[in-house]
Design a protein around this ligand. Sequence first.
Ligand SMILES: [Mg+2]
Length: 155
Amino acid sequence: MHDNNFMKSSVCIFDIDGTLANCDHRLHYIKNKPKNWQAFYSGCMDDLLIWPVAEMLELFSKNNLIYIVTGRPESNRSLTEAWLNHHNIKYDKLIMRGDRDFRKSPDYKSSVCDKIEAEGNKIILSVEDRKDCVNMFINRDIYTFDVSNGAEHDA
Ligand SMILES: [Mg+2]
C-alpha cells in the first residue's frame, strides 16, 4: 500500500524580522505614521543575529528542509541573502513577498503554507515572533515556537 507521507518532505518555517534578526534599531521607521517601509528594510544589514533561533535552525536542518518565509518584499532579496550568508544561515528556500502584495502578514504567510503543502511537503513547525502569525500557524495545526520574547512587532 502507498503511504501518503512517504512522498512528503518535512519543512520547518523560520521568519526573519524579530525571529532570526534583531531589527529593533530600525523599528522606529514603522512605529509611527507615515510608516517608511523602504527605510525599514534598507537597514537590515545592521541587524544582529538572534543566536538561540539560529542554533535552533541549525539543529532542525539536520533532518528537515528549512524554508525561510518572510514578509520582506522581493526587492529586498539580495540584501536579505547577503545578511543570511554573512551569518552563515543554511536554508533550502527563501520565500519573500511579491513587491505588490499588500496582504496582511498572516494572510500572506497562510497562502505560502498552502503552496508549500500543495508541493507535497509537510510543514512540521514554525518559528515566528508576530502574534497574529503565530495564531495563524497554530490554527493550521502547525507546531509553533513563539519567539517574541515579550516584544510586539509588526514585521
Ligand atoms: Mg517577524
